[in-house]
Design a protein around this ligand. Structure first.
Ligand code: NAP
Length: 249
């Protein structure tokens, strides 16, 4: 018996990086995992891997920034796997830019995926979680806790995820639904390809971002998410759990 045997878990951003590692980890502990991603083929690869490893996973296309897409994929996954017990909102995007060069389109997209997308997924799944004393784990970032250069939109979005997490945790304290966030530091995933350094970036400022311990691994963050989503974390809600090689210490 795994910690998630008989449970249904939803993971957004399941096609890559931390989301993929989380889907595989939860499936390995017994969950039937709904693997949601913008790229359905990537989600399908993750779902196929859960099955190869003896677990259960199904892929669903979902743009978390689109309320119609969110409602459609939640309806589809409930129809296929049953109502969710745990929802892991991991999908996210980012970019570096000097603030004076940050386009409004870029700002809007980062806020739409990272913050509004997290809100939409919480809103769409809370009715099920309320019936099952379920829980939500949101992907924040060290960038939502302390400042990071060339990252105004990303920092604002992740600070927003932390505030949203705490607000929901307070709202549902008496109703059996836990809502938490994890705040990774630099994790070795394909996301870093999105973070091309802006021209003239200061090495001294960039040094603030990286831990002397180097990068963390997506599987390590998945382990933390699995703990928070499990019944072992029964008394944990409204928390922001850092895994960042000490950079917010
Ligand atoms: P990743 O490897 O780029 O994976 C992100 C996944 O989200 C991708 O599969 C991506 O699909 C998907 N996605 C993007 N936009 C989406 C949308 N609108 N709807 C649904 N799915 C969407 O990134 P990661 O490093 O694993 O990051 C996962 C989360 O952890 C993010 O929220 C990120 O901000 C956070 N985080 C990461 C780090 C780090 O150092 N890696 C540190 C702190 C926090 P496409 O590939 O098709 O775009």
């Amino acid at each position: 018996m795994g910690r998630f045997t008989g449970k249904v878990a939803v993971v957004t951003g399941a096609g890559s990086g931390i989301g993929r590692a989380t889907a595989l980890r939860l499936a390995s502990e017994g969950a039937a995992v709904a693997c949601l991603d913008l790229a359905e083929d990537a989600a399908a690869k993750t779902a196929a891997r859960t099955c190869e490893e003896g677990g259960q996973g199904r892929a669903f296309a979902c743009d978390v920034s689109d309320p119609v897409s969110v409602l459609a994929s939640v309806e589809a996954l409930v129809g296929n796997l049953g109502p969710p017990d745990a929802v892991c909102n991991i999908a996210g995007i980012g970019m570096f830019a000097h603030t004076v060069d940050q386009t409004l389109d870029g700002w809007d997209r980062i806020l739409a995926v990272n913050l509004t997308g997290t809100f939409l997924m919480c809103q769409a799944t809370l009715p099920y979680l309320l019936e099952r004393s379920g829980n939500i784990v949101n992907a924040a970032s060290n960038a939502g806790i302390k400042g990071q250069p060339y990252s105004a939109a990303y920092c604002a979005s992740k600070g927003g995820v932390i505030a949203l997490t705490r607000a929901l945790a307070c709202e549902y304290l008496e109703r059996g639904v836990r809502i938490n966030a994890v705040a990774p530091g630099g994790i070795d995933t394909p996301m870093h390809a999105q973070f091309a350094l802006p021209e003239g970036a200061s090495p001294a400022l960039l040094a603030r971002i990286m831990s002397p311990m180097g990068f963390g691994r997506p599987e390590e963050v998945a382990g933390l998410i699995a703990f928070v989503a499990s019944d072992e974390a029964r008394y944990v809600t409204g928390s922001v759990l850092s895994m960042d090689g000490g950079i917010t210490a």
